[in-house]
Ligand binder design. Structure first.
Ligand SMILES: *Cc1c(COP(=O)(O)O)cnc(C)c1O
Length: 393
């Protein structure tokens, strides 16, 4: 039967022909350094579970206990009746974690970014944004209706010029960057960007989704990594990656937080996080404090694995963090590479256009604190074997 949505079927067919249709693998148990996907036990280099917290017994117990005591859901958005004391406590703890005055939780890092950018700027304003910033920043920028100016990746000089060109009396300017870029694993030139923002009186905002729990003292993020406390107006963090659970947050001055409580649309119009999530996030902060060796192991594993890949002759791009791309360039070849690695027991996703530029296709690896030396050795052997067979080395 012909239907009004038939055009979607045609579009999907086009995606399929171009090799751009997504196929999700199914996780058949808890995530971890080794996990079961699609019926196969593999070394998992495909998660953002940097510190190995997603299935930590203390996290699981905290979640279960909170559900038993406070229920599975909160019943409302934060501003109506969905704020529990534990929501405020987690926010206080995140403010302390980021050494900011206050913090506000959102349902995800995505809504934290999009909701905040849209709420703090108007159509008269301008956003100066790194070319490789996350989709949630791009969506928030569009929702704000402000003018959007994109600067070449990590080019603080170009950001400086754009801020100069777009300056006008009464016009607010936002300079925004990811702290760690999710597809390349490189770090934003935050000291230079902060200087540029200060020179122009622009708001400085950093999205530390991949840096929270990973970079800086106790994983406090890029602001701490570069010693820029007090010079970044808005810090975004996610609870979904290194923290191991789900949610996002904004850290900054009290008037920012109160403004977002009044005008941050995802905060106002979407139900608050359930008790199990809040309790597990709180436990994550305890574990990060109590088990500092996790962060050490994450970075030791990062060094081992990066050195191993480079030693084999792979192009790992500009990565400086636990995110290490293995860049092959060709879309088809990359898909084949990922499939073959999976068959050899190593799960690492193929990342192709439009997520990265055409001709920059790669498989993306992320090591965690929980990977053992044996895991990494085995994974490197598979990379060497499959890379050799496909003529990538
Ligand atoms: C993953 C990610 C987000 C979104 O975080 P979620 O909590 O998963 O919604 C935002 N920004 C960047 C840079 C990310 O990598």
């Amino acid at each position: 039967m012909a239907g009004a949505l038939d055009y979607l079927g045609e579009r999907l067919e086009e995606l399929r022909k171009q090799g751009l249709l997504l196929h999700e693998r199914v996780l058949e148990g808890p995530t971890g350094a080794r996990a079961r996907f699609d019926g196969r036990d593999v070394i998992n280099l495909a998660s953002n579970n940097y510190l190995g917290l997603s299935n930590h017994p203390r996290m699981n117990e905290a979640a279960a206990r909170a559900a038993a005591t406070y229920g599975a859901g909160t019943g409302a958005v934060r501003t109506i009746s969905g704020t529990m004391a534990m929501h405020r406590e987690l926010e206080r703890r995140f403010a302390a974690f980021k050494r900011a005055e206050d913090a506000l939780m959102f349902q995800s890092g995505f809504t934290a970014n999009a909701g905040t950018v849209a709420a703090i700027l108007d159509k008269e304003d301008v956003i100066v944004s790194d070319q490789l910033n996350h989709a949630s920043i791009i969506d928030g920028a569009r929702l704000s209706r402000a003018e959007i100016k994109v600067f070449p990746h990590k080019d603080a000089g170009a950001a400086d010029e754009l801020l100069g060109q777009t300056k006008a009396p009464g016009r607010r300017q936002l300079l925004i960057t990811d702290g760690v870029f999710s597809m390349d694993g490189d770090i934003a030139p935050l000291p230079d960007l902060v200087e540029v923002a200060e020179r122009h009186g622009a708001i400085m905002m950093v999205d530390d989704a991949h840096a929270s729990g990973v970079l800086g003292k106790e994983g406090a993020g890029t602001v701490d990594h570069f010693g820029l406390h007090g010079r970044v107006d808005v810090q975004v963090g996610t609870l979904s990656k290194a923290i191991g659970v789900l949610g996002g947050f904004i850290a900054g001055p009290p008037h920012l937080i109160q403004w977002l409580q009044n005008r941050g649309r995802p905060y106002l119009f979407s139900t608050s996080a359930p008790p199990s999530v809040i309790a597990a996030c709180m436990a994550a902060l305890d574990i990060i404090r109590d088990e500092p060796d996790r962060l050490e192991r994450l970075w030791a594993n990062t060094g081992t694995f990066k050195d191993g890949l480079q030693g084999l002759g792979f192009d790992t791009g500009a990565s400086e963090t636990p995110i290490t791309p293995v860049i092959t360039g060709d879309e088809e070849k990359t898909q084949e590479f990922a499939r073959r690695l999976f068959d050899e027991g190593v799960f690492t996703p193929a990342i192709v256009f439009p997520t990265v530029a055409k001709g920059r296709a790669r498989v993306r690896t992320i090591v965690t604190a929980d990977h053992t030396e044996a895991d990494l050795k085995e994974a490197l052997e598979a990379f060497g074997r499959v890379g050799g067979e496909l003529g990538l080395l």
